[in-house]
Design a protein around this ligand. Structure first.
Ligand code: PEP
Ligand code: MG
Length: 544
């Protein structure tokens, strides 16, 4: 047995087999092959497996997110079967006597370049699709743990690091736990692990990744960050017990379902939840959240290989609103950029992406993208109680511009005879120090604030949330951050707006009392933290 130490980012225990997640690009090497026929038939087999996987994903997507969103996987099947694409791969294998992986990778590059050079925006976006299908075939050829496939045993995914786009593409039903050699606890990958309720450990180190093998048995303790590879019998027993105790604790918390979020002296607060996709709704309902305080709509974009259309977005937002049956649903507009990169946006590489072209800055400079999303949101608003919030705000003029665009979208819908709700609440995220400092001027413009403590902490403490080497300098309870939240709460209330917290700090029960005393009206947390925060609230007495 070998023990490795990382940092736990979601407390739970997993016991199972390791599956190494290799980035497909890293796995492709040019290898000289004598038996080209054999190589061609390897390609045929990998392609057939990819066809089956895509069919499975299509069926799953159809059930979970509807036909419009599922259609892309049908298109992928067609592209994979395209004659030119297949001919190119076979002729590279034959003419250069090379391995199938290499032939697929070269074909993917050539086709992607060809698509990118076309004038038509739709065809340009096919570049990402051809890379996607090719990666799938390469994964099948290399025997890489294809967690894209919909079947099989649940495994512990081990990776160098995972980008949010890779994390969302994993088949969640197959993931027992995540362990990454690198990564920081405030990254979106860590946040996604928490949202998915799966044990996760980051920063396990390069030795861990170099030494573990596919298929070996491991125990992951997401509480302590320990990973036991090839555990002995005693360790397995001990951790099975710990797993059972944890599940029992979670089961006991379930008794708080249906109860109010109320302190001993009668102070009430809303506890909402953060989600990243329509598929998370089950967890929201299972944990009895009062609403959705943050729907990270950018994951709709990350899950797609092209801009989701107005209809696709409308279907997704409508489904969330209907499923929540009148409970508040706050959808954040696109927050792409920084660590959330999407190929088809063709964003330039930046020196400091967290300080760069992201979120509202993209929306305000590419109004076509923004308006499509707003139209979908306004149209969906009639199906429930919608709040729309805008990320990365730093100035009054940005908010004024946003409000003007919203008015434009409403006018357009009215002219087209399309309905929308008059009761939509508009809010902004307080996640830059600038927004907190001028919150007195921002509050009169909006219905609510939602504090994004993940970014607010990064910008206030000047600590890149993606950089694990500086985590020791990130004091999550730093007084500067707490005072900015307090200041924003005072200013919100002075101007009749309400204020919530949707960053990870909202789930930190050591701060629940302080937040309540500041007058925070809502805490939006990962689904599995709702009942834990409810429990914390119920033990407080603010009259003392
Ligand atoms: C935040 O910054 O706290 C937040 C909720 O947004 P995200 O984590 O998606 O950047
Ligand atoms: Mg943020």
């Amino acid at each position: 047995m070998k023990i490795y130490q990382g940092k736990g980012v979601y407390g739970a225990v997993a016991i199972g087999k390791i599956s190494l997640f290799k980035k497909p690009e890293a796995a492709v090497k040019r290898v000289r092959i004598e038996n080209t026929d054999g190589e061609k038939s390897r390609f045929e087999q990998a392609k057939a497996a990819a066809m089956d996987q895509l069919q499975e994903i299509y069926d799953k997507a159809l059930r979970e997110v509807g036909e419009a969103n599922a259609a892309i996987f049908e298109i992928h099947r067609m592209m994979l079967d395209d004659d030119d694409y297949n001919e190119s791969i076979n002729s590279i294998i034959e003419s250069q006597s090379v391995n199938a992986e290499y032939a697929v990778a070269v074909t993917a590059d050539n086709f992607a370049e060809m698509f990118s050079a076309m004038d038509d925006a739709y065809m340009q976006a096919r570049a990402a699709d051809v890379r996607d299908i090719s990666n799938r075939v390469i994964n099948n050829l290399t025997g890489n743990s294809s967690v894209h496939a919909g079947t099989g045993e649940r495994v512990i995914i081990c990776a160098f690091d995972l980008a949010p786009s890779e994390t969302v593409s994993l088949d969640k039903d197959r993931v027992l736990a995540f362990v990454t050699a690198h990564g920081s606890s405030n990254s979106h990958t860590a946040i996604l692990a928490r949202n998915m309720n799966i044990p996760a450990v980051i920063g396990a180190g390069d030795d861990f990744l170099n030494e573990v093998r596919d298929g070996c048995q491991a125990v992951v303790d997401g509480f302590t960050g320990e990973i036991f590879v090839d555990p002995d019998e005693d360790t397995c027993k001990k951790y099975l017990e710990k797993q059972r105790a944890d599940e029992e604790k979670k089961r006991l918390l379930q008794e708080l379902r249906g109860k109010e979020n109320i302190t001993l002296d009668g102070h009430r607060i809303n506890i909402y939840t953060n989600i990243g996709s329509v598929g998370d709704i089950g967890k929201v309902l299972a944990n009895d959240a009062g609403g959705i305080g943050l729907f990270r709509s950018e994951f709709l974009y990350l899950e797609n290989s092209d801009f989701p259309t107005e209809e696709q977005q409308f279907a997704a937002y409508k489904k969330v609103l209907e499923s929540m049956a009148g409970k508040k649903v706050i959808i954040r507009t696109l927050d792409i950029g920084a660590d959330k990169q999407c190929d088809y946006f063709n964003l330039k590489k930046e020196e400091n992406p967290a300080l760069g072209y992201r979120a509202i800055r993209i929306c305000l400079t590419r109004p076509d993208i923004f308006r499509t999303q707003l139209r979908a949101l306004y149209r969906a608003s009639v199906y429930g109680s919608l709040g729309i919030m805008f990320p990365m705000i730093t100035s009054v003029s940005e908010v004024e511009k946003i409000l003007e665009i919203c008015e434009g979208v409403k006018g357009e819908l009215r002219a087209q005879g399309m309905g929308y709700s008059e009761g939509i609440e508009l809010g902004i995220m307080i996640e830059t120090p600038a927004a907190a400092v001028i919150s007195d001027r921002l509050a009169p413009l909006v219905d609510f604030f939602s504090v994004g403590t993940n970014d607010l902490t990064q910008y206030t403490l000047a600590c890149d949330r993606q950089n694990p080497d500086i985590e020791q300098f990130v004091d999550t309870h730093h007084e500067a951050v707490l005072r900015l939240i307090e200041m924003s709460a005072e200013n919100a209330h002075k101007h009749g707006a309400w204020i919530g917290i949707c960053g990870e700090l909202g789930a930190d029960t050591e701060l629940t009392e302080r937040f309540l005393r500041m007058g925070i009206d809502e805490l939006s947390v990962s689904p599995s933290f709702v009942l834990k925060v409810r429990e914390a609230v119920s033990t407080l007495d603010l009259s003392k």
